[in-house]
Design a binder for this molecule. Structure first.
Ligand SMILES: NC(=O)c1ccc[n+]([C@@H]2O[C@H](COP(=O)([O-])OP(=O)(O)OC[C@H]3O[C@@H](n4cnc5c(N)ncnc54)[C@H](OP(=O)(O)O)[C@@H]3O)[C@@H](O)[C@H]2O)c1
Length: 234
């Protein structure tokens, strides 16, 4: 009797927070995990390592990312560029690197953006802009790859208590409780939405309402509001 192969899922940033919860969620649903560590061995080496084991990627989860709080002109420039390297460049690279195998396997891509993707973010300008890129890129990719049999979902969490806040320089109690979700809740929503082939998922009713309202708010007002909020979050 031949044993059915378990789907292979590549996950970045699985050492903590949302990535660790996503790893548990995919594993609990029968996936074999390939966890991509911080010091990446490089995409080519990764593809080679998969080849050697006779594995093909079914799902790619681009979760690794970090943010930095502060005005862009006062934050370290190199650190802000490193944020773009990870949140934007590495995510784009991995979204495209395994696309042939994803097409063959009729698999999917789960990209982690943020509710920050829906608005400009004075006080965290590069992070918000990076996540706006992730949202825009992933939605477009969803449309391009759908007819080719690949699902693309972009997961846009609001505040989730993880190591993210300390790394970014945010106060632990920076966000109202109504917006907070646990990493496990977010991971469940992400997994289910990818499975259902949804384009965008914003976990939590309050976050969903907030992101919808930002579409109608005048940008001038929104910028003032976010700038004021960010100052109070440090
Ligand atoms: N927490 C939130 O409130 C929140 C809200 C919206 C969106 N998000 C997004 O969710 C994703 C996961 O964040 P999290 O909250 O789970 O944060 P986290 O607990 O700090 O985890 C971040 C993960 O990314 C990895 N990482 C950090 N810097 C890296 C680098 N330079 N190269 C490679 N990997 C790196 C970390 O690996 P190491 O262990 O090696 O550091 C860790 O596994 C991020 O994309 C974040 O922007 C978070």
């Amino acid at each position: 009797m031949t044993q059915e192969k378990r789907p292979v899922t590549l996950i970045t940033g699985a050492s903590s927070g949302i990535g660790a919860a996503l790893a548990h969620e995919f594993a609990a649903n029968g996936h074999e995990l390939v966890l991509i560590a911080r010091r990446e061995q490089g995409r080519a080496a990764l593809a080679e390592a998969l080849d050697q084991r006779g594995l093909e990627a079914d799902v790619v989860v681009n979760n690794a990312g970090f943010g930095l709080v502060g005005d862009a002109d006062t934050l370290d420039r190199a650190e802000q560029l490193a944020m773009i390297d990870l949140d934007v460049r590495a995510l784009t690279d991995l979204s495209l690197a395994f696309v042939d195998s994803l097409k063959r396997r009729r698999g999917g891509i789960l990209n982690v953006a943020s509710t920050a993707a829906f608005m400009p973010g004075p006080g965290m300008a590069v992070y918000y802009a990076s996540k706006a890129y992730v949202l825009s890129f992933s939605e477009a990719l969803h449309r391009e790859l759908k007819p080719k049999g690949v699902r693309v979902t972009v997961l846009c969490p609001g505040p989730v208590p993880t190591e993210f806040q300390a790394r970014a320089g945010l106060a632990a109690d920076a966000f109202p409780r109504i917006l907070k979700r646990s990493a496990e809740q977010v991971a469940r929503d992400g997994y289910r939405s990818l499975k259902e082939g949804r384009r965008v998922v914003v976990p939590g009713f309050a976050n969903s309402v907030a992101t919808t309202l930002t579409r109608f708010a005048p940008h001038g007002l929104l910028l003032d509001l976010i700038a004021r909020q960010q100052k109070g979050r440090r």
